[in-house]
Structures are given as C-alpha cells and as structure tokens.
Design a binder for this molecule. Structure first.
Ligand code: OSB
Ligand code: MG
Length: 379
C-alpha cells in the first residue's frame, strides 16, 4: 500500500558543459520521485529535464506543475476509490486524462516499478526479465568548446583507451560535421566504431550536406531532422546508405509503429522516460526486434537513479547496439548512488542479487543537492 510520495527537484553540476546543436547543458536538473509504502520501503524514479524546452517541450517547471496539479490528484483519487492496481504495467493508465508529458509520466511510473521490485525483494532487472549480466557501452561526446579539433582527438583517444565500444559525436550543420568526421577518419582510421547525433539540427533542404555524411562509414546518424518530421526522415533514409536512428521523434510506442510503417529509420535510441516509461520501453524494444529495427539505450545526463534503470533495460535481449551509459564519472564528480556506474573495458555489470535499483542511494548527498521538495501524504 502506498503511504506517501516525495518529489525532490535536484541539480547536479556536470564535470564539463555538454554542447549540442541546439545549446549547452551545464547541470543535470531532475525531479527525483520517491514512493514510500506502509512498510517503509522506498522506490525511486527520475524525471530528467532542463529549465528550457529545447531538447523536448517538457521542462523541470512543467513537470512539477503536471505532477503537483494533475497527476498527484489523479493518484489520490484512485487511492480514495480503492481502485489502484498493483500492476506497474497498468499504473500509468491513471494518468491517461493528462495529454502528453511522457518524460514526467515515465519518470513517475519508474518509481512505482522500483517500489514493486523492492516489495518483491528482487531487482528491477529480475522484475522485467532482463537476462544479460553485462552490457556493452559507448560514450556520447559533446561539441568541444571553441570547436577545438585537438580536444576532440584527445577525448576520442581517451575514450578508446578506456575501452568504450563506440564513439558518438555531436554534430552541428555545416559548422561541426564534415570537418571533424574527416579529421577523425584520417587520424584514427576506418575501424573506429563511430556515429553522429545531430539533435534535429538539419532540415530536408540540407540533403546535399547530409549525403556527404554517407562517406564516413558511420554506424548510424541519430536524429538528423526535426522531432516532428517522420515523413522527411523517411525520404532521407531512402537517399542514405547510413542507417538513421531516431531519438527526439520517438515519444511513444505509437510513434515507433508510425516510424516503421513509413520506414523513417533503421534504429531507435530508447530513452526510457522519453518514450513514456518502462512498460513502453519494453514494448518498443520487442517491436524493434521483430521488425528488424536496431535499438539501444540512450541517456539524458541522468543521475545514477535513472542510470541504473537504463542499464536494467539495456540488459534485455532485444537491445543490440552499445548504449550511451558511459558511467557516472564521465558526467559527475560524485554520483548519488553507491557504487557508481563504472564500465570496465566498455562493459557494465548488471547487479544480479541486489534489490530494486541494485545499489545504495546517498541520501545525504541527495538532500544537499535538493533545491525544492514536497511531500504528498496518501491516505
Ligand atoms: O540526444 O542523446 C541525446 C544528452 C542530453 C540530451 C540529449 C542527448 C544527450 C546525450 C548524452 O547524447 C547521453 C548521456 O550520456 O546521458
Ligand atoms: Mg540524441
């Protein structure tokens, strides 16, 4: 039985500002969700957002508003009517009256899944049927400050030394795309497993420039065009040999089916909250596998809470490319989980025996980075 929900807005500085085609991120800014039951067990989830609607329309402030003014009242009503179902797969149906806001819903629902795992004294991975004991990971490298080629070489060579299974570099139309790719292929060679992420920077008008990317033997091109442009992604995919991977465009299972029906991509970056939560992420991975679409786990510069959930999903059999789970120390001086996420030779071990997230939470540190907190008592 649910007893209370605690929302905490936290801010955790990144070691280095992370530059993408649409702007820069200097902090993780998340709402941590804690569900506490009557036995005192806690399940945690994470809603990773930013203060501005740049990567997606949701922001930290809209998430707080949607939770406080709509989702929590809906949950309270369900509990009052004694209609709350025990099944985490069904939990998010409560929030059907709220249109959109997949990241808010997905991160809220995540805490319910983790609480279920705690109550059943098993890990989230065991609850969702993840089989892999370790997963291959890559790293996502932001655009270097001042676009210094030497900095890019340094970061790529450090990442290869650390054993990452693939390198993703962020690109920006005309200004940071062909040049760094040419330099990397010339310096480091053709065997480097390399991909790019444009974060929706191009339009179909840039077709000639996008065709040039085909020369660099890339594993895939992530989200070249606008988030709401499945049609032109389909046109573009016909013009390119390189697989297109969608990120921003896929915000639900329905989006996945649409993208498949019109052949907008050959791969999907599954971010558990962006697609609306754990249940949808699982459905999407299974659908991709059946329909010959590749998939892998993306990241949103989350703390270790969201990071552990990403790993348990990446341990599902359908995930078939290295993920963006590059590890706590690539993002933060100190994470809020113990032990932190730490790849060894490009592989991260999945906790097999732990309960819930399979790691301890550093509650003191969480309190220190909390900017705003609210407790909702559930009757
Ligand atoms: O497009 O995948 C993205 C980070 C923030 C917002 C969007 C993206 C990213 C990343 C980094 O690429 C992934 C990570 O290391 O968490
Ligand atoms: Mg992306």
């Amino acid at each position: 039985m649910l007893n209370k929900v605690i929302l905490r807005e936290v801010r955790l500085p990144l070691i280095e500002p992370f530059h993408m085609s649409f702007g820069v991120q200097t902090h993780n800014e998340s709402i941590l969700v804690e569900f506490v039951d009557h036995e005192g067990l806690s399940g945690w989830g994470e809603i990773p957002l930013t203060f501005d609607p740049s990567y997606c329309y949701e922001t930290t402030a809209t998430a707080w508003h949607i939770l406080n003014d709509f989702m929590l009242p809906l949950l309270e009503k369900k509990i009052r009517e004694r209609k709350l179902k025990d099944d985490p797969k069904k939990f998010q149906e409560i929030f059907h009256p709220v249109r959109g806001h997949p990241i808010t819903k997905g991160g809220f629902g995540m805490a319910y899944w983790v609480l279920k795992a705690e109550q059943q004294n098993r890990s989230l991975g065991s609850l969702i049927g993840s089989k892999k004991t370790k997963v291959p990971v890559g790293i996502s490298l932001g655009i270097p400050e001042n676009q210094e080629m030497n900095q890019l070489f340094q970061e790529v060579s450090n990442s290869l030394d650390a054993g990452y299974k693939r390198i993703k570099i962020k690109i920006k139309p005309y200004n940071w795309d062909i040049e760094p790719l040419h330099a990397l292929r010339t310096e480091i060679g053709d065997s480097l497993p390399l991909m790019v992420d444009a974060n929706a920077g191009y339009t179909i008008e840039d077709l000639d420039q996008l065709k040039k990317l085909d020369e660099f033997n890339l594993m895939m091109i992530e989200q070249p065009l606008a988030y709401n442009d499945l049609v032109n992604h389909s046109r573009l995919q016909k013009e390119l040999h390189t697989p297109i991977c969608l990120d921003e465009s896929i915000t639900s299972f329905a989006d996945t089916k649409r993208a498949n029906h019109i052949k907008s991509c050959k791969c999907i970056n599954i971010k558990v909250t962006r697609v609306g939560g754990i249940a949808d992420a699982i459905k999407i991975a299974k659908y991709c596998f059946k329909n010959d679409i590749g998939c892998w786990g993306g990241g949103m510069l989350e703390t270790g809470i969201g990071g552990m959930v990403n790993l348990f999903l990446e341990a599902q059999e359908e995930y078939n490319y290295p993920s963006d789970s590059s590890g706590s120390s690539t993002l933060f001086l100190q994470d809020i989980i113990d032990p932190p996420i730490e790849p060894i030779s490009g592989m991260v071990k999945i906790p097999q025996n732990g309960v819930g997230l399979g790691v301890d939470l550093d509650i003191n540190r969480i309190e220190t980075i909390t900017a705003k907190k609210k407790l909702f008592k559930l009757k």
